[in-house]
Design a protein around this ligand. Structure first.
Ligand SMILES: NC(=O)c1ccc[n+]([C@@H]2O[C@H](COP(=O)([O-])OP(=O)(O)OC[C@H]3O[C@@H](n4cnc5c(N)ncnc54)[C@H](OP(=O)(O)O)[C@@H]3O)[C@@H](O)[C@H]2O)c1
Length: 318
């Protein structure tokens, strides 16, 4: 076994629509229902041993739910992470047809969102740029980088970033060398990594060996590896995962999560569970280990990076 921990991400918990494939639809789409389910799930997760929770201002009410839960449950051993740089636009409007989140990597946005997110301190341990890209210019914005450095100095937080898309590897390579006042700025990297897309393996291994914290997101490829009719090009993978699931007496999600744990050994792999049943099944990934041969077989199902991200881009908000 290794030291990877499972954390819980709030992307699917804080808003009524998200890109995950939603095999089971929510019984109630009201904010009231989501709020009480979030509190219940957060407490359940803590009782199951989860200490890391990841959120962002653009996850609808996800950050607010976490803040409120933390206020009533001020555990000393929590490790929270949040982000800045995206704003939630849909305002709980079901069927909202414009983009649900808008990116803005400006100094004003950082200051604005930090003024709210800092209420997660002292449990907040990691503060991340949400989906850093070269195009947004954020990695070259001296004022923004200086502000992040100042936040780090005044709070002791780890400064991190999340990355998505075909340029994940290049972003990690570039950002990991970034210095402010002679000091390396980024100590934590949140990256998409799963059976279908593991193209960052080499750089992530290098970052891990240099002591950086790696947090894995989208470990289940947003639900695309669950035998969905729209994704039947993954049916051979699903059949193989089913045979492993039978062998280890777990469900497919635990195989997907365990792949990440055994293949990469990151600090944290995020569960995207939206209910207790999913989370309970996800946590079974910590109870077994894949054989090297099984790991090698799973690796064969990786797809071309462009194909993966093109498919990801076309996911609908349900
Ligand atoms: N740019 C960023 O910074 C960024 C982007 C994405 C995610 N994240 C972080 O990563 C976290 C996890 O990512 P994610 O949720 O987007 O992707 P994910 O983990 O790849 O997707 C979760 C998917 O797995 C399904 N699932 C989980 N457990 C299951 C089970 N036991 N049985 C059947 N289906 C199961 C969910 O089903 P349902 O659809 O039915 O719920 C959902 O479709 C987020 O909460 C967030 O904190 C960050």
């Amino acid at each position: 076994m290794n030291n990877t921990k499972i954390g819980l991400g709030l992307a699917a918990i804080g808003r009524p629509q998200y890109i995950n494939l939603r095999q089971e639809s929510d019984p109630d789409k009201s904010e009231f229902f989501y709020r009480s389910r979030a509190f219940d799930l957060l407490s359940f997760a803590y009782d199951q041993g989860i200490r890391h929770f990841d959120t962002a201002p653009s996850y609808g009410k996800g950050e607010e739910f976490l803040q409120q839960w933390y206020l009533n449950n001020p555990y000393k051993d929590l490790s929270l992470s949040t982000k800045w740089g995206y704003t939630y636009m849909a305002n709980w409007d079901l069927g909202y047809s414009k983009p649900h989140e808008i990116k803005e990597h400006s100094l004003n946005k950082l200051r604005d969102q930090w003024s709210v997110s800092k209420s997660l301190l002292p449990a907040l341990k990691t503060y991340q740029i949400h989906s850093a890209t070269f195009e947004s210019g954020v990695l070259k914005n001296k004022e923004v980088l200086q502000e992040l450095h100042d936040i780090k100095k005044s709070t002791g937080l780890k400064i991190g970033l999340s990355a998505s898309g075909i340029q994940q590897k290049d972003i990690l390579e570039y950002a990991s060398k970034k210095r402010v006042e002679g000091e390396i700025l980024f100590e934590s990297f949140q990256v998409t990594y799963n059976i279908l897309e593991s193209s960052t393996h080499e750089i992530l291994k290098e970052l891990i060996s240099n002591g950086k914290a790696i947090i894995i997101k989208e470990a289940l490829a947003n639900g695309r590896i669950f035998g969905n009719a729209d994704y039947d090009h993954y049916s051979e993978l699903v059949i193989f995962m089913e045979s492993l699931a039978k062998k280890y007496q777990v469900s497919l999600d635990a195989i997907g999560l365990r792949f990440v744990i055994d293949h990469l050994q990151p600090a944290i792999v995020l569960s995207g569970a939206s209910n207790k049943r999913q989370l309970t099944q996800n946590l079974k990934a910590l109870k077994f280990k894949l054989q090297p041969k099984e790991l090698d077989q799973l690796k064969q199902y990786a797809v071309d990076c462009d194909f993966y991200w093109n498919e990801r881009k076309n996911l609908k908000w349900y």
